[in-house]
Design a protein around this ligand. Structure first.
Ligand code: ABU
Length: 360
């Protein structure tokens, strides 16, 4: 299918990148406590941090350090010829309520990857399971309107209610030796856009504490017969998103997290893909990580089939990328990772030069 001159056009993670949205640090607030918090935060000691500090601004020195990282990332993208767009800053410290819940604050616009799912020429606003992120799509409205005016399709998945019925009451995350379970019920479709990863006509999704099976069904029915949505089996005690777990990097090259993927879907094996096992992260244990795990090392951004932007310090992965035939470009990102996510989380690709195909 030809997609000549489409303003929004992405089918995979590796076609040559032309335009991308990069999140902003300004206005970022410590996520307020909500039902999903204990289901996604890996470290028990952080739960008290969220109970006590959720809804406050992050300390200025942490914001400054994160901003320095994101500025460097933007500089690298622009130097490589990519157009970078930014979301609008909105009032994150306003509390709000719906008929079903009240929440103290929003969290900012750090991670466009979670909010907008771009498939082909279509922008899908994700039905996110976080009460604090209910209005995060506002940060992208101006951009979405512009892309819509220039020809993109733009829809919002059903707006979730996020009442008590969406969450299992008294949920306890599983231990390492237990089967995976997540906090979400099947009351309504829920997913973050980062629970989904594209590979042409095949789209891969994993259940998580932000993505339920009803959300996966919704996506398959919405996308129709042109696409096949595959559910990937993962194991994570605090699952959130697929992009530090399972990542088709380039045709024939799948990067997997060895702790979370025990069975690679047959479709990859049958088609002879190389299964690249992500090496252990290098981030020191002393580095503070408030929202994500150290497996953000694999949360990279592909500029094309070879060039990959990777977090500086992740020497094991950088060496592996070279051995696998990629060209890594290093970017300082640990300080952004402390309060938010990785390079992939901090972005959403708007346009890559390529067409819809099957890679299997
Ligand atoms: N997109 C964020 C992934 C978080 C994690 O696996 O730690």
């Amino acid at each position: 299918m030809k997609n000549k001159n489409q303003i929004v056009n992405t089918h995979n993670e590796w076609d040559p990148l032309e335009e991308i949205v990069v999140g902003v640090v300004e206005g970022a607030t410590i996520p307020p406590w909500e039902p999903v918090t204990p289901a996604v935060v890996h470290h028990e000691h952080l739960l008290d941090f969220y109970r006590q500090n959720g809804g406050q601004p992050w300390p200025q020195e942490m914001l400054d350090a994160a901003k320095k990282d994101i500025d460097e990332f933007v500089h690298i993208l622009e130097a490589e010829g990519v157009t970078v767009r930014r979301p609008s800053i909105y009032d994150t410290d306003k509390s709000f309520s719906t008929p079903d819940f009240e929440i103290h604050s929003s969290v900012g616009a750090l991670m466009p990857r979670d909010v907008l799912l771009i498939i082909g020429d279509q922008i899908i606003e994700a039905p996110m399971g976080w009460r604090s992120r209910f209005h995060e799509n506002h940060a992208y409205k101006k951009l979405c309107k512009e892309y819509f005016d220039k020809g993109a399709r733009w829809v919002s998945a059903p707006r979730p209610q996020l009442s008590e019925e969406s969450y299992k009451q008294n949920f306890v995350p599983p231990e390492e030796d237990e089967p995976m379970r997540t906090i979400l019920t099947e009351y309504e479709p829920l997913f973050d856009a980062a629970d989904v990863i594209k590979c042409g006509k095949d789209v891969f999704v994993a259940q998580s504490s932000c993505c339920n099976r009803t959300g996966i069904y919704w996506l398959q029915r919405h996308l129709g017969d042109t696409y096949t949505v595959h559910e990937v089996e993962v194991f994570d005690t605090h699952p959130m998103h697929i992009d530090a777990t399972f990542y088709p990097l380039a045709p024939g090259k799948l990067l997997i997290n060895p702790e979370r993927i025990k069975n690679v879907p047959d479709i990859f094996k049958k088609s002879g893909w190389d299964i690249l096992v992500c090496p252990e992260p290098n981030m020191p244990d002393s580095h503070p990580m408030y929202t994500c795990s150290k497996w953000l090392n694999m949360n990279v951004v592909m500029l094309d089939e070879e060039r990959v932007i990777v977090s500086k310090g992740e020497d094991n992965l950088i060496k592996a990328f070279k051995d696998w035939g990629f060209k890594p470009i290093e970017c300082n990102f640990y300080n952004f990772e402390s309060i938010a996510g990785g390079l992939h989380c901090a972005t959403v690709d708007i346009r890559r030069r390529g067409e819809l195909k099957s890679y299997f």
